[in-house]
Design a protein around this ligand. Structure first.
Ligand SMILES: [Fe+2]
Length: 256
């Protein structure tokens, strides 16, 4: 993996790797089977059935190896970590439709801004105060099927990881890490996000089975709307995501 590019842009694409292609071949049927379970399906279908979110659906999967593992270790800044469960995200034609607990504003944000977010940051309570709830190491996206590039691709704002890192360092200055999750960062987050929209390049990432992409834990990212001119595939666009939790002190999460 091109480390300098990752450091600068906050993401890299991992070129085709036969080991990963094999992994995909084995994992996809498992994922599809798990996702068909009625309870799982009911739990994770959103946006009027146009998106199966599938968080933690992948628990039976072979370890990732070779260049994929190496890239993950670099992005994590650690060689040994627990991969945790994987997400099996499937997006369908027509995404996004308005979800039952979504306001018109939120739907517009989904349509026009790719529902851009910082992983781990939660909107809490009726006033949607933003607080860090989870601390991840990186985001690894592994396409599980062949799709056109316009099928709701992963979207990232280049260089945003550096801007968010500065924001977090400012927001948490003088606050001990165990209190970070209780610290309201709504205002600084919204200001910083607006600045990123203005100054950073928005990039749609498409990859094929056997390829992958890895994003920095502080990168602003989201998912584009399904192109209206695109009819299918009926199976949707399937991606496995891994977002292992940060292990060890949170000071390292912010600085390493
Ligand atoms: Fe995310």
């Amino acid at each position: 993996m091109d480390r300098a590019t990752f450091n600068k842009r906050g993401w890299v694409k991992l070129p085709y790797n036969p080991e990963l292609a094999q992994w995909v071949k084995h994992t996809r049927p498992e994922a599809v089977k798990a996702a068909k379970h009625p309870e799982t399906r009911a739990n994770w279908l959103r946006s009027q059935g146009t998106w199966f979110v599938g968080v933690d659906v992948l628990h039976d999967y072979a370890p990732l190896t070779g260049p994929t593992l190496k890239a993950a270790q670099y992005a994590m800044g650690q060689d040994h970590f627990d991969w945790g469960k994987g997400q099996f995200s499937t997006c369908y034609k027509g995404y996004p439709k308005q979800d039952t607990n979504e306001t018109g504003g939120m739907l517009n944000y989904r349509r026009n801004r790719d529902f851009a977010h910082l992983d781990g940051l939660k909107a809490v309570g009726p006033s949607r105060l933003r607080k860090m709830d989870e601390f991840h190491g990186f985001i690894l996206g592994i396409p599980l099927n062949e799709t056109p590039p316009e099928a709701a691709p992963f979207v990232i704002w280049e260089g945003s990881h550096l801007i968010f890192r500065d924001m977090l360092a400012t927001a948490y200055a003088g606050i001990s890490p165990e209190n970070w999750q209780h610290t309201d960062i709504t205002e600084i987050y919204q200001e910083t996000r607006a600045k990123i929209f203005k100054t950073c390049k928005r990039v749609e990432l498409h990859a094929r089975p056997g390829e992958a992409y890895i994003a920095h834990r502080f990168a602003l990212h989201g998912m584009a709307a399904w192109d209206k001119r695109l009819d299918g595939p009926d199976d949707g666009r399937m991606i496995a995501y891994f977002r292992p939790y940060w292990q060890g002190g949170l000071q390292g999460w912010l600085e390493d």
